[in-house]
Structure formats: C-alpha cells, structure tokens
Ligand binder design. Structure first.
Ligand SMILES: Cc1cc2nc3c(=O)[nH]c(=O)nc-3n(C[C@H](O)[C@H](O)[C@H](O)COP(=O)(O)O)c2cc1C
Length: 227
C-alpha cells in the first residue's frame, strides 16, 4: 500500500552527527536514490591539484552542449576554485580505488596536492588547466557557463559547465554496455535510510556498485529507437 508522506521534517528525527539534516534534507535518507560518485578536480590558488569527491551531479545536454551540473557546498575549496578559474574536470573513479577516493577528504588541506597525497596520479588535461586523475577511466574537462545558489541562503551552490574535452581509457571502450559497466566499476553513494513513518534510522552510508545490467530489448533495440 502506498503511503502519503508529509515532507515536514518530524521532530522525533535524531541526527547521528550534528547538522546532518541542515546540510542534507531528511528526505534524502527517505528516498535513498543513489547517485554515482565522481571527482570534481580543480586547481588551488597556488596551482596545486584539488579533488572533491562528489555525488550530487549530473551529465546532461543536447548536440554540442554536453554539460556537467554540480551541487557544491559553498564552503568547499572547489566552490572557490571554480569561481576563480571557471574550470573543472569530472573524473569517475572505479571501486578498486575507493580507499584513495576517501583519502582525498581526510587529506583536504588549503595548499597540498590532494590527488598525489591520496595515492592517485595527476594527469595533464588538454583543454583546461584543472588536473585529471590518471586512475579514473572517464574524465570530462569542463568550462563554467553559469552558477547560482540552489535557493536563496542555501549552502548548496549549482554550477553548470560545458564539456570541452573527453579522455577515456581504452579498457572501458567495450561495445557491450553491460560489460562496460562491469569494467568501469562505477561507485554509487547509497545513503543510510530513515523509516518515513517512524524516523527509525538504519546504518551508515554505504557504497554501491552496479552488478546487474539487463539487455531487455535484445537485437531489436528499444521500441522508440535503437540508441
Ligand atoms: C560519498 C560522498 C559524496 C559527496 N558528495 C559531495 C557533493 O556532491 N558536493 C559537495 O560539495 N561535497 C560532497 N562531498 C563532500 C566532499 O567530498 C568534501 O567536503 C571534500 O573534502 C571537499 O573538498 P574541497 O574543499 O577540496 O572542495 C561528498 C563526500 C562523500 C564521502
């Protein structure tokens, strides 16, 4: 039976870390729709590589407008770096590097090379100055088009940037999409859950990787087209 859920945050909800439901809507933990994990890489003011492990973001756009949409905390280095330099790269890491990914958060300092310090490798970009990450099989170089706060007084800031260049490892250029997804080992940010009726919370956030992609349309392709 489908229940209608009041979107007002219930008073009985307990934060398991201070400010949790200020930074994130409590609905994020009710809906639990995972987002893919990616890095937003930029240059710090001193030119050092900066990495922001992110999951609020999308790749969207038609024709020559393939674009990256990001939601960044307005106190992050990345927020300031993009406002200063107008560029970033989106780099998708594989599950095999999840430890290094989280190290970038622990080693987040104002002036250090976070990519190298975390055990990853800086790769030179082609069309921007923001660094790429060699271990990430898919890297999109992006140039800022527009930005704005999510809402007035929101601590989340949206950035849209046009993709100016793509670098992709040959190992993931596999024609079968199901196989490609297996090889890429994309990680998903799977939130801890909250029971919408009781507020009961379950567990810490977890990591997801897709382990099932079904070719349901076969050789005929999708009814509205084979793409
Ligand atoms: C799984 C995961 C997803 C995250 N997603 C985002 C995000 O979408 N936007 C954001 O601003 N921070 C996000 N963060 C927090 C940043 O990774 C963290 O604040 C980082 O240290 C900021 O780096 P910076 O100050 O160098 O930009 C996420 C953290 C984790 C662990």
């Amino acid at each position: 039976m489908k229940r209608e859920i009041n979107i007002t945050q219930p008073e009985y909800l307990i934060e398991d870390w201070p400010g949790k439901y200020d930074v994130f809507s409590w609905l994020e933990y009710i809906v639990t729709v995972p987002n893919p994990i990616f890095f937003v890489t930029t240059r710090k003011e001193n030119g050092a590589p900066n990495a922001n492990l992110s999951s609020w973001g999308l790749l969207i756009g038609e024709k020559d407008n393939y674009s990256s949409l990001l939601a960044l905390l307005d106190n992050s280095h990345t927020h300031n770096n993009i406002l200063r330099e107008g560029e970033w790269c989106v780099c998708f890491p594989s599950f095999q590097h999840y430890r290094q990914c989280f190290e970038t958060i622990r080693l987040n300092q104002p002036d250090n090379d976070e990519i190298t310090d975390a055990g990853l490798t800086v790769e030179l970009p082609k069309s921007v100055r923001a660094p790429r990450i060699a271990e990430c099989p898919v890297n999109l170089e992006c140039r800022l088009e527009w930005h704005r706060p999510l809402y007035e007084n929101s601590r989340w800031h949206l950035f849209a940037g046009r993709v100016t260049h793509l670098a992709m490892d040959e190992s993931v250029m596999v024609p079968d999409p199901a196989e490609r997804i297996q090889i890429m080992e994309l990680m998903y940010n799977v939130r801890s859950t909250v029971h919408p009726m009781t507020g009961e919370q379950y567990g810490p956030n977890t990591l997801g990787i897709l382990n099932r992609v079904e070719d349901i349309f076969g050789k005929q392709g999708h009814p509205k087209g084979s793409g």
